[in-house]
Design a protein. Structure first.
Length: 136
């Protein structure tokens, strides 16, 4: 499973950015990868707080050509959520590139899917991170 995504820097940079490991960790503990459907989910062996999903991710640090990507070129992140892994909608735009955690509260019973994208200072957005799920 490839956990990298790319965003294109514009207008003058014209280089691709590797959004390394935008893994969304859902739950109170670390992620468990499910290779059968490319999703990540909370560790089922731990107690979870009903109605809450804790998301965290790692900022991209290199471009596709492996040159360094300074944090100053990252504009922020977008958190997407949905009740289907194929129908995610924008839930939150986080304009602080140093904020790499977000808590979704007040979730009703059901299964929710999450993904994160990164965007640069020009607004160019990466592909989705690995899709994570949380059952309430």
């Amino acid at each position: 499973m490839d956990a990298t995504n790319e965003i294109k820097l514009i207008p003058s940079a014209r280089q691709f950015v590797k959004c390394a490991v935008l893994m969304v960790c859902v739950g109170l503990v670390g992620c468990v990868s499910d290779s059968s459907d490319d999703t990540a989910s909370a560790d089922k062996g731990t107690a979870s707080v009903a109605g809450v999903a804790n998301l965290s991710w790692v900022a991209p640090s290199t471009r596709v050509d492996n040159s360094a990507l300074p944090m100053s070129e990252i504009g922020g992140y977008k958190v997407y959520m949905g009740e289907s892994a194929t129908e995610l909608t924008l839930y939150k735009d986080i304009s602080d590139p140093y904020q790499m955690e977000f808590i979704v509260k007040d979730l009703a019973a059901g299964t929710y899917y999450f993904a994160v994208t990164a965007y640069n200072q020009y607004g160019a957005e990466s592909d989705f991170s690995v899709i994570a799920s949380k059952s309430i």
